[in-house]
Design a protein around this ligand. Structure first.
Ligand code: NAD
Length: 335
């Protein structure tokens, strides 16, 4: 495969690019290296990818129409995995415009590039946050009653709707992946595991939202990567459930799928912190806080479809994954 991985300097994009390169594929890693968090961390991830002969880095903003058109025309990708996005639920309350630019304008350029250049399969990151006020547990893509409660979540839901349109109109095979709270080595500095680890090691208090009672389906990075690889290799088949989307019922429905990739296990934040304390050999000072606007109380992934279609079930235990993160963190920051 000749693959475009967008967000290749990001947490998931870095791990995924590395995995594709190790399997012998060629990867163009695109990233604008925005300063949402520490740019040095992004550059250090890229340094790990540079030694692979099959890797080329393109510093480009996905919202740059002309730049994106030129890249697609020149490279003739067989597969595209779109991970670049303005991430973060809380940040979207204060900086809505960056979500519109990257997640909507940028994603529009990805769809156009795929459509006009014969891309065989577009895989793109969606998010567990699209479920929003949906409280039916575990979260299933078949419930289809999502009510996003942040602009971040809304932009991810919009990506799914845009992808469906392109699958339907232009027969572009697309698969959306709703990731559930991803963690692991090289993880994001704005996320709980990183913030808690740093604060505990520095002897500072940690902010514990919803007083530690919220539940998250924490998913280890290697499981996410395995899921994405298996999905990418498999062209989505038209989904018979969605036959109604074809104007003529005799025509086949769109080659369009959505999967959850989560650990299928909702863990209380309080328990998550206890495991981290054990790994660090130190106690946290907890600053108990109320629920934050835009946050949901629980996430919990139904992964039956993923297992049925790819034979893969995320399985890394939290203890093992947190330990791997702590090992990386201590080594990288010499703490
Ligand atoms: P990340 O922020 O580490 O990586 C995203 C990368 O995209 C960054 O390096 C950033 O510089 C780049 N980027 C942003 N806007 C861009 C633009 N307009 N043009 C080019 N590059 C741009 O995030 P991540 O955790 O690796 O997440 C990857 C994807 O998975 C995102 O789409 C995110 O919304 C989604 N996701 C992540 C999680 C999680 O827990 N990490 C959960 C659900 C969904």
């Amino acid at each position: 495969m000749h693959i475009l991985v967008t967000g290749a300097a990001g947490f998931i994009g870095y791990h995924l690019s590395r995995r594709f390169l190790e399997a012998g594929h060629t990867v163009v890693g695109l990233d604008c290296l925005n300063d949402y968090y520490d740019v040095q961390l992004k550059k250090d991830r890229l340094k790990q990818l540079e030694p692979y002969p099959g890797f080329v880095f393109a510093q480009l903003d996905m919202a740059d129409d002309a730049g994106m058109d030129a890249l697609f025309a020149e490279q003739k990708f067989t597969h595209v995995v779109n991970l670049a996005a303005q991430a973060g639920v809380r940040y979207s309350l204060k900086n809505p415009r960056s979500y519109v630019q990257s997640n909507l304008v940028g994603f529009g350029n990805i769809l156009e590039g795929c459509r006009h250049n014969g891309v065989q399969h577009l895989v793109y990151a969606s998010s567990s946050s699209v479920y929003g006020l949906n409280t039916a547990m575990p979260f299933s893509v078949h419930h289809n009653v999502d009510h996003p409660i942040s602009l971040y979540a809304a932009s991810k839901k919009a990506n799914e709707l845009m992808a469906h349109t392109y699958s339907h109109l232009y027969r572009l095979p697309t698969t959306g992946l709703r990731f559930f709270t991803v963690y692991g080595p090289w993880g994001r500095p704005d996320m709980a595991l990183y913030l808690f680890t740093r604060a505990i090691l520095e002897g500072k208090p940690i902010n514990v939202f919803n007083e530690g009672r919220m539940r998250r389906d924490f998913t280890y990075i290697d499981d996410i990567v395995e899921g994405v690889v298996r999905v990418t290799e498999r062209t989505p088949q038209p989904n018979p459930e969605w036959r109604g989307d074809a104007p003529d019922p005799s025509t086949s429905p769109a080659p369009y799928r959505i999967y959850n990739i989560g650990n299928n296990n909702a863990v209380e934040l309080g328990r998550f912190i206890e495991i981290l304390e054990d790994c660090l050999g130190r106690k946290a000072v907890r600053n108990l806080m109320p629920m934050q606007p835009g946050d949901v109380e629980a996430t919990y992934a139904d992964v039956d479809d993923l297992i049925r279609d790819t034979g893969f079930k995320p399985h890394t235990p939290l203890e093992q994954g947190i330990e791997a993160f702590v090992r990386w963190f201590r080594d990288y920051y010499r703490m």
